[in-house]
Design a protein around this ligand. Structure first.
Ligand code: GCW
Length: 689
């Protein structure tokens, strides 16, 4: 008998977990228990809500759930109330969000009490940097899900529609309610009749899930597409061109959200080409969209090669315009003052403007954080930004509160994330990159969520064993101890690990070439704009390293409110994580640890590499709990991740050592690559990617 039992148990343990491509994201199918759903209305959105409950109910068999669209003062916007009997909301979309939360709770705990959940930001928008030929700028998960090249580029197929529905469902399940369908480096063609027809088809697929469509527009479209002599925002004909265009768009897409504009930035046209300000340009478009309830998300990502500090420029240019923007304009600001680096202090434009709505732009796609080759969970980075105190209205004026309408009345509040989505089977290239899409949605809904909670939910939803396939034990303690806890810990450490092996202690933008993947602190080909080369940012020489942004340097510190300005300015109080962002220091500068700056740098690079090596072990140990396909795909990427972390460390230490002229501490592992070789391959990184 005993042999029989052990043979039987062996069978269970050896049973392979069914291969998964990752396409189901955090919405993997589970066999549902029967449930009775009573709903107070009838619409496409409510049908989805009912259907989701019936397909996914994990609660008590035969339970009865009431979905009630009924006003309640404690519920705001598309928020919802969960009660013992079901979901209540002011809007149908609120019901749908409540249903997704209910189902999520059934899989992840904690149990549902009577509770209200309201969104932190009213507009929770993905930005797709998708080009009309199907390529995706800074996309690492295959081609666009919206656009393609070739003869059938504009035909809307059943396959397209099915994919857009899946995309809409995934977004709605985490509260995302808007999407910009094309790249901010916009082609004027997006506003042509044929492309608008395709946008209409996409908008129709997304609508029942509560996702509004938006478009990025090129400011010079009246001339480029309309053949007008000028696109001057004050020119009556140019204005009329936009008015006619808006009318056409709203006829096709009645709930169209509005425009996203990258103007006078990195070669894009803008109002300044006609001697007008950002406010004049944005307001013209805002007036055009106003009758339809549309908004303009106007980006503040501007910098010119003339200024000696790129980090100061967006603030310098936009602050004088505070108060001049219409109430349906929102200034869209990247989380840091430079450009989505592994770590930046928050942009001083948060907490700067008081009479203008400002929205954060986060980058979900890992342009500067290892593309889809490296496992980097970004929630800790976003949490760091959103919880940073701007001191705009005294202590407690976090970036989140200074942008979500809590500190000043704003007609609209919004947050954007640059999408990491493509047509790869698993949507995001790396299975763990799905967690970043998930985290963006969850934080946009509730900016107070912790990274720990988000990771916990995501792992349970994405990897928890299906009870039909695995014995119960694997679902509970064993699974939690051997899978959930170590994998979560790996995710939570992964961003700091990336900072360590790429750019510790406030270093930034030391990537090779234009691909922003591998290291290139040396990269400065003749004729390249200095602000597009790493030496501009690290300023390393024999006297030391770092960018002096103190009062005696570029004075970028003065753009922050007190006490931050003085804190960043003063070496004694500047947090070491931002040290070389704000200060240029000698190699022998003494750190809080008692080590020299040079030694401390070496230890950070070393630590990052060791952390990734450890991630490999965590994952290998997790093998029994993951299906073979996802296991081996992640395993193989972690191998590359480790090799590339090693390259980062060797490249940076050997390059900077030429200036520090100091030995690498002997308890740090020796570099295994030669600097000369690494410098030769820097451009080839491009071909790897
Ligand atoms: O980070 C930089 C990217 C560009 C991008 C730009 C922007 C869409 O390297 O590819 O262009 O930012 O945000 O506009």
């Amino acid at each position: 008998m005993r042999t029989l039992i052990s043979a039987f148990m062996l069978l269970f343990v050896a049973l392979p977990v069914k291969a998964e491509t990752g396409h189901d994201l955090w919405l993997r199918k589970h066999s549902a228990n029967p449930v009775k759903v009573v709903c107070s209305g009838n619409s496409a959105t409510l049908s989805i809500a009912m259907n989701e409950l019936q397909q996914g109910w994990q609660g008590e068999t035969g339970a009865s759930i009431v979905l009630a669209v009924k006003p309640d003062k404690s519920i705001k916007g598309d928020g919802y109330k969960l009660t013992a009997s079901g979901v209540q909301a002011n809007t149908e979309l609120g019901i749908l969000y409540g249903v997704y939360e209910l189902l999520r709770r059934q899989q992840t705990g904690p149990p549902v009490k009577e509770e209200v959940s309201n969104p932190s930001y009213e507009r929770r928008v993905l930005n797709h940097w998708d080009n009309l030929d199907g390529s995706v700028e800074r996309g690492y998960a295959g081609h666009s899900i919206f656009w393609r090249s070739g003869e059938d580029s504009l035909a809307v197929t059943e396959k397209d529609k099915a994919l857009w529905l899946e995309y809409a469902r995934a977004n709605a399940s985490i509260g995302i309610n808007g999407t910009v369908l094309n790249n901010v480096n916009a082609s004027p063609k997006i506003l042509s009749g044929e492309y608008l027809m395709r946008a209409k088809a996409i908008a129709e697929a997304l609508r029942p899930y509560g996702i509004r469509s938006y478009l990025s527009v090129k400011f010079s479209s009246p001339s480029l597409l309309g053949g007008l002599k000028t696109s001057d925002p004050l020119d009556p004909q140019a204005i009329q061109w936009w008015e006619t265009k808006a009318k056409e768009i709203y006829r096709l897409i009645p709930d169209f959200g509005g425009f996203l504009v990258k103007a006078n930035s990195e070669g894009q046209p803008g109002p300044q080409d006609y001697g007008r300000t950002h406010a004049q340009g944005a307001n013209m478009l805002a007036d055009v969209l106003k009758p339809y309830g549309g908004i303009v998300m106007w980006r503040a990502f501007v910098y010119s090669s003339e200024d000696k500090d790129r980090a100061r420029q967006a603030y310098a240019e936009f602050m004088p315009l505070d108060g001049q923007f219409r109430d349906n304009v929102i200034i869209q600001v990247k989380n840091g003052p430079v450009d989505f680096q592994p770590r930046e202090p928050f942009s001083p434009l948060f907490g700067g403007m008081k009479k203008t709505s400002v929205m954060p732009e986060l980058q979900i796609t890992q342009e500067y954080l290892g593309h889809s080759f490296q496992l980097v969970f970004l929630a800790p980075m976003w949490e760091e930004t959103l919880q940073s105190d701007t001191y705009q209205e005294g202590p407690g004026s976090t970036v989140a509160r200074s942008t979500n309408g809590s500190l000043f009345p704003q007609k609209y509040s919004a947050i954007a994330g640059v999408a990491n989505i493509g047509i790869d089977a698993n949507w995001c290239g790396h299975h763990f990159a799905q967690a970043n899409w998930y985290a963006f949605g969850r934080l946009a809904w509730n900016s107070g969520l912790t990274s720990d909670r988000i990771a916990d939910e995501w792992i349970r939803l994405t990897f928890s064993p299906n009870s039909k396939e695995r014995p119960d034990a694997l679902k509970t303690r064993d699974w939690q101890e051997k899978f959930l806890i170590p994998v979560k810990e790996m995710m939570l450490q992964s961003r700091e690990a990336a900072v360590n092996y790429m750019m510790p202690l406030g270093l930034h933008h030391i990537f090779a070439g234009t691909h922003h993947y591998g290291p290139g602190p040396w990269y400065a080909p003749k004729g390249t704009r200095p602000d597009w080369t790493p030496p501009y940012y690290h300023q390393a020489d024999t006297s030391g390293i770092g960018f002096d942004r103190t009062r005696s340097g570029s004075n970028a510190v003065s753009q922050y409110h007190e006490p931050l300005a003085s804190q960043f300015n003063d070496l004694k109080t500047c947090p070491e994580i931002y040290l070389l962002w704000f200060h240029h220091l000698p190699w022998t500068y003494k750190m809080k640890s008692g080590r020299t700056l040079w030694d401390e740098l070496c230890y950070h690079y070393e630590k990052g590499v060791v952390q990734v090596r450890q991630f490999q072990k965590v994952w290998d140990r997790a093998e029994p709990y993951v299906d073979a396909q996802r296991f081996s795909e992640v395993q193989s990427r972690l191998r590359r991740h480790y090799r590339d972390a090693q390259i980062w460390k060797d490249a940076c230490l050997l390059y900077f050592q030429q200036f520090s002229r100091l030995p690498i501490p002997y308890d740090v592992e020796r570099p295994v690559n030669d600097l000369e070789d690494l410098m030769k391959i820097d451009l080839k990184w491009l071909h790897h990617n």
